[in-house]
Write a protein that binds this ligand. Structure first.
Ligand code: ATP
Length: 241
């Protein structure tokens, strides 16, 4: 097993008085792609928000050997945990280049001293050629899929060690879904760790090493992607198939 980048133990989260996450525990190894799967409302987005400190939460969260359970969102981001939210949060008045500039952060190193990948707009345009064709287009005049790519690219501008990707395949055209899968595979090759939220097994299967299945804010199953692919009972019980 590789070294652990993210170690979550007994995570609980609330919106106001409503408890949404009950006792969520999982790990993501360095260079590993882990999928958090479950239907609408299972708690995938809430788990990511809780990791980033964006909702009221309790439990132990260690990222890259640092205790981040009580840190504020910008402090967690500065340690190298990137987050691409489901609702994208593109600045619609700003151009592609200006959106990318907003994500810029200093280069980082992995715990063993190896440099983490350093991203520039140029490198990102190699990863996302569509964006390279429209550097001056305002975010608001891009398709949903292009905005999704821009959200991922902006997160990478922060030179993260790990990225939380909230439903990157949702509501985008099949061609873009394929590009998104290739991007995740490239990021893994660069040594990044990825936690992916996904309700559909077809996308998760292309990129994930391991899977945790969430339902009603609790983990109900965990295993390798190959094990999940062969387990129709779990797929029918908890996923959109
Ligand atoms: P989706 O695919 O719809 O994003 P999800 O697995 O990410 O599903 P969450 O968005 O984490 O699920 O939602 C988990 C539960 O929390 C749901 O019951 C949802 O109704 C509730 N919830 C989400 N956001 C809020 C909020 N701002 N206030 C109150 N309850 C919320």
């Amino acid at each position: 097993m590789s070294e652990t980048m993210l170690d979550v133990e007994g995570l609980k989260a609330w919106y106001g008085a409503a408890q949404i996450l009950h006792d969520v525990s999982f790990t993501v190894g360095r260079g590993e792609v882990v999928a958090l799967m479950g239907r609408n409302g299972a708690g995938k987005t809430t788990t990511m928000k809780a990791l980033m400190g964006l909702v009221t939460r309790r439990g132990a969260v260690r990222f890259n050997n640092a205790d981040v359970a009580a840190l504020r969102p910008f402090e967690i981001a500065r340690l190298g945990l990137g987050f691409t939210p489901e609702d994208r949060r593109i600045f619609s008045e700003l151009t592609v280049m200006e959106n990318l500039d907003i994500g810029r952060q200093p280069p980082r190193r992995f715990p063993d001293g190896q440099p983490a990948p350093v991203w520039t707009p140029q490198r990102l345009f190699e990863l996302f050629p569509n964006l390279g064709e429209m550097p001056n287009r305002p975010g608001g005049r891009m398709s949903g899929g292009e905005q999704q790519m821009l959200t991922v690219a902006r997160t990478l501008m922060g030179n993260p060690l790990m990225v939380l990707l909230d439903e990157p395949s949702e509501g985008v055209a099949p061609l873009i879904v394929e590009q998104m899968a290739n991007t995740i595979i490239e990021l893994k090759k660069e040594g990044l760790s990825i936690l992916l939220s996904e309700q559909n097994i077809h996308f998760a299967r292309l990129v994930s090493d391991r899977v945790y299945v969430l339902e009603k804010g609790e983990i109900h199953w965990q295993g390798t992607m190959a094990e999940l692919s062969g387990n129709l009972d779990i797929q029918r019980a908890y996923l959109t198939v």
